[in-house]
Design a protein around this ligand. Structure first.
Ligand code: MG
Length: 203
């Protein structure tokens, strides 16, 4: 099982990190060791002093596929959830400066806390899903799938030209603006519409 993450998929977030708005999806991957066992906290790692939250809608792949046409892409995911693409921003800035890959900043252990999933069939309009993050009870991020530069089907189609998607794979679909640092003892709660799907502590 693999985790595919889309970068720079909301204009607001691309701008806040002073990145150009991409003309094609940008993606990277995290290994399965980026997940956190249910009810476990996130332990702040020693190698970074600037871990950021990035709240993202997550698709669960329900069928193997490669070279998927955009018009058939909806058949390849059946659940939608929310996750945090935790990012060691200090390490990422170093990597970017040197033109190096991002793995140490993005793919480290427990860097992908993931909440519960909702069946796609329960969602009225996939192009209008709102989601949000509270840090210690205060709203820090709010996004809507309608603001994505590349929609779910385009992402599935694009990624599957390069990498075969398999049953159980996860796709993080990018973060809206408002990313920021986490700190030890923070409580992170993420919502899709009004449903709380993720609740995790930083230790
Ligand atoms: Mg991200």
């Amino acid at each position: 099982m693999k985790i595919v993450c889309i970068g720079r998929n909301y204009v607001g977030h691309a701008r806040e990190l002073k990145n150009p708005v991409p003309s094609k999806p940008v993606f990277f991957m995290k290994p399965d060791t980026a997940l956190i066992q249910k009810h476990n906290p996130f332990f702040y790692p020693a190698f970074s002093a600037d871990i950021h939250y990035e709240t993202e809608l997550v698709l669960k792949v329900c069928k193997n596929g490669r070279h998927i046409e955009e018009r058939f892409a909806h058949k390849y995911y059946d659940k939608i959830g929310v996750g945090l693409d935790l990012t060691a921003r200090d390490l990422q800035s170093e990597c970017k400066k040197k033109g190096l890959p991002w793995e140490i900043a993005k793919a480290f252990d427990n860097s992908a806390p993931l909440g519960e999933f909702i069946d796609k069939s329960e969602i009225k309009d996939l192009a209008d899903i709102s989601f949000s993050l509270l840090v210690n009870g205060e709203e820090k991020q709010r996004g809507n799938s309608g603001d994505m530069i590349f929609g779910f089907d385009r992402i599935i189609s694009y990624v599957s030209q390069f990498v075969t998607l398999k049953l159980g794979d996860l796709i993080f679909t990018g973060t809206p603006a408002g990313v920021g640092p986490i700190r030890i003892n923070d409580r992170l709660e993420a919502f899709v519409e009004d449903q709380k799907l993720l609740d995790i502590r930083v230790k």
